[in-house]
Ligand binder design. Structure first.
Ligand code: PMV
Length: 359
């Protein structure tokens, strides 16, 4: 498959004005994407749970114009947010070839997140996927030909990827694979696909409680982070390991082996951080409380036989993952044992969700 499948057909109508709104969730990778090439293409395949309670809502209003060039304004929670505009401009430039109407309209992009801006939860996945879906929705209404749901989702994911790589995994759910992989039929570097195989019931409605350890600005932007993988001494080994971990996880999704799941997921999180510790320049993105939480999760697992585990993003927050059946016990463990290591005791209860929806 190539990019050309996403080049637009001619539009049969272009409305004078209108608006469209989408809600799109964040996602949490189990197999991590860290390292890219070309135009936002992943060095290895990744897989994530789509989340549910952490989402962005975006309203895109449009009015046709005669002049050429991009024209848009971005609002966060009702306030103009010029700080977001360079990223959106770069996104418009990247997707221009695939959305031929972009320069024909003035856009107003009104966005809000369900999670606080200062939570340290990246809004790029939910934000970029919500915007990509709004644009895709516009395109669907302009093209005369029938558009299948698969094409709509895949092109929305393709566009979202050009905004922020991991955003391409937020369109569908509960599990999405991004990156070509021999054991996942239909997988592509260009867009995310819904995990196509049967998944054991142990993974139904999987829970993710996000412990907000550090709410500050990201120490390393993901652009810089991916860049650090370019001359990284362990890069090739890391990409190969991620792909082989996805092969192992495919078996685990089928047979429900929770101990194997835990081993793969925690190892992936630690490898992501190991890559940052061993790059030049090097970074330690965990905080003392991150380690304290990890140790307490391990202790709890040992004492109780729980199937709780953790994963990490490129930051200090901890995602605590556990089966739905353990919700009551793990919730009280988190409240009594882990909340004290969070900034102001705050955490967000989330779970795997089904992807984005039109508002
Ligand atoms: O989508 P980006 O470029 O912000 O990269 C995200 C990378 C990680 O969140 C650390 C891992 C992943 O696969 O989501």
């Amino acid at each position: 498959m190539t990019e050309t499948q996403f080049l637009p057909d001619s539009y049969t109508q272009q409305p004078e004005q209108g608006s469209v709104s989408w809600k799109s969730p964040s996602n949490i990778a189990l197999i991590k994407y860290w390292g890219k090439y070309g135009e936002q293409l992943p060095q290895n395949a990744s897989v994530s749970f789509t989340l549910s309670n952490c989402f962005t809502e975006t309203k895109l209003s449009y009015a046709s114009k005669d002049s050429k060039g991009y024209d848009f304004e971005v609002y966060l929670d009702g306030q103009r947010e010029p700080g977001f505009e360079p990223k959106i401009l770069q996104f418009f430039e990247r997707v221009e070839n695939y959305l031929a109407f972009l320069q024909n309209y003035s856009f107003r992009i009104e966005t809000s997140n369900s999670f606080p801006h200062s939570s340290g939860i990246a809004s790029s996945a939910s934000g970029m996927s919500a915007l990509a879906l709004c644009l895709m929705d516009m395109e669907r209404s302009m093209s005369g030909a029938e558009m299948t749901d698969d094409f709509f989702n895949h092109k929305a994911s393709f566009l979202a990827r050009l905004g922020s790589g991991s955003a391409c995994r937020s369109i569908e759910g509960p599990l999405v694979v991004w990156g070509e992989h021999p054991v996942i039929d239909g997988s592509s570097n260009l867009f995310g696909i819904k995990y196509p195989l049967d998944v054991h019931e142990n993974f139904n409605n999987y829970q993710d409680t996000i412990l907000l350890v550090d709410k500050g600005e990201k120490q390393v932007s993901s652009t810089i982070g991916h860049g650090l993988m370019q001359d990284h001494p362990y890069a090739e080994r890391r990409f190969a390991t991620a792909n082989s971990n996805l092969s192992k996880l495919r078996l685990v999704f089928g047979n429900g082996d929770m101990d194997a799941f835990i081993e793969i997921v925690e190892s992936e999180a630690l490898q992501l951080h190991a890559m940052m510790m061993t790059s030049l320049p090097y970074f330690i993105l965990m905080k003392p409380n991150t380690l304290e939480i990890i140790n307490r999760i391990w202790q709890y697992r040992k004492q109780t036989g729980s199937k709780i585990c953790f994963t990490l993003d490129a930051g200090a927050n901890v995602h605590v993952l556990y089966p739905e059946a353990e919700m009551t016990d793990v919730s009280s463990f988190i409240q009594s044992n882990l909340a004290q290591f969070c900034k102001n005791g705050s955490y967000i209860n989330d779970h795997a969700g089904l992807g984005a929806s039109r508002l």
